[in-house]
Write a protein that binds this ligand. Structure first.
Ligand SMILES: O=C(O)CCC(=O)C(=O)O
Length: 388
């Protein structure tokens, strides 16, 4: 199935909550635009990321960089994702794709595909992912012609798409990562979120971090941030929502917040509004989530996160995205190779761009040429995600 194929002739709605939801979306948009945390990536005269951007990011916990990816690059991503979706298993239980071939993910050890019933909330109120999604979202009723289950999340996505790998090596985005997490920043993980119209599952309200909430050295940036590049844009109806400023508040009692609001429509939350090619960043400590997509628009998010080195080095963590482990220098180096691979892949496609130099592996750049062998080398790379 193509990522933008719309299978619903009959439109899904929010049922009895439709009018309240419509009002919430409009009000949320107004609140979002009033924050002013959006604009192109800009630099100070000395080449560092513009201080207004950093100030706004640290104040609200998110930011939207406008016009980062051009139309051609977006089409490359769309093509890769469509090619990938041709080769995924036809169902959660199958190892065969729609053409009867072994699915692209079969034989991989890491978990890559997450399926959900249409418009459901697969995580909310469960113990999955360390129980970090404690409150259930409203689940609208899908239309009769919706599929039984659909893939809404793909992990380890850089091994499936060179276009996504090139986004990962984008020099301006890596400069942003450096400005927020320091020159020796490290990877977290990478994902594709697909929210199809009338099908896309919700992601219940959560804060991402699991490890450092009680650390005496905890601060506003301890659990890193995620980039969220939008291929078709993201609206109030299908996009991520963030409660501004919550990255500063420590671990929140999310169940209580939802219960006090009497609804999953948290009153202070705002949507991350993006045009195609915009790239958001969200502090992983901020309270965030997204609603089931009853709108007519697909959201395809190229999601990838980065950490401060000091937040992962020597830390024992995991169990959500992969096995529990202690993240020593060797593990971090191994996982970080995706950065120079991505930089090289991007350089090959856009030779006139000024490439980012990733300081921790700068001396060994020659080891990380993006070629057929490298492609084999990164199979199952996400077994080594640095998940805190
Ligand atoms: O894109 C979404 O809907 C959810 C993303 C998210 O929760 C995350 O990146 O932590």
């Amino acid at each position: 199935m193509k990522v933008q194929a719309v299978s619903n002739d009959v439109k899904a709605t929010y049922g009895e909550q439709q009018s309240e939801m419509e009002r919430y979306l409009v009000e949320g948009e107004k609140r979002a635009l009033a924050l002013g945390n959006r604009g192109p990536i800009r630099y100070n005269k000395n080449g560092s990321l513009h201080e207004d951007i950093l100030e706004s990011y640290w104040e609200t916990g998110f930011y939207v960089f406008t016009d980062v990816l051009d139309k051609k690059e977006l089409l490359d991503i769309e093509k890769d994702v469509n090619d990938f979706l041709e080769c995924v298993p036809i169902s959660e239980e199958s190892i065969l794709d729609q053409n009867g071939n072994r699915a692209i993910t079969s034989g991989l050890r890491a978990r890559n595909l997450f399926w959900a019933t249409p418009l459901s909330d697969p995580f909310g109120g469960t113990d999955i992912a360390g129980g970090r999604h404690p409150a259930k979202m409203f689940e609208p009723t899908p239309t009769e012609n919706a599929p039984e289950k659909d893939i809404y999340l793909i992990l380890g996505s850089l091994q499936f798409s060179e276009a996504c790998l090139r986004v990962y090596g984008h020099p301006d985005l890596l400069r942003v990562a450096e400005a927020i997490n320091g020159k020796d920043f490290t990877p977290f993980n990478e994902a594709l979120f697909i929210k199809r119209p009338g099908i896309g599952a919700s992601v219940a309200w959560h804060q991402d971090g699991l490890t450092h909430w009680d650390s005496p050295r905890w601060d506003y940036g301890t659990h890193g941030f995620n980039f969220m590049a939008q291929v078709y844009g993201s609206t109030a109806a299908n996009g991520l929502w963030v409660v501004p400023g919550t990255h500063k508040l420590g671990k929140l009692d999310i169940k209580k917040l939802v219960s006090e609001a009497g609804t999953d429509r948290l009153p202070e939350a705002v949507p991350m509004l993006c045009a195609p090619g915009d790239v958001g960043i969200t502090n992983r400590q901020a309270l965030h989530g997204s609603f089931a997509n009853v709108s007519e628009n697909t959201r395809l998010t190229v999601n990838f996160g980065f950490h401060r080195r000091e937040s992962v080095l020597g830390v024992t963590a995991g169990g959500v995205h992969n096995a529990r482990a202690t993240y020593d220098e060797k593990r971090i180096k191994e996982r970080s190779r995706l950065i120079p691979y991505a930089i090289d892949a991007r350089r090959q496609k856009y030779p006139n761009e000024s490439s980012y130099i990733y300081a921790p592996l700068a001396d060994e750049e020659d080891k990380y040429r993006w070629n057929a062998q490298a492609k084999v080398n990164i199979r199952d790379y996400n077994l080594q995600d640095l998940s805190i």
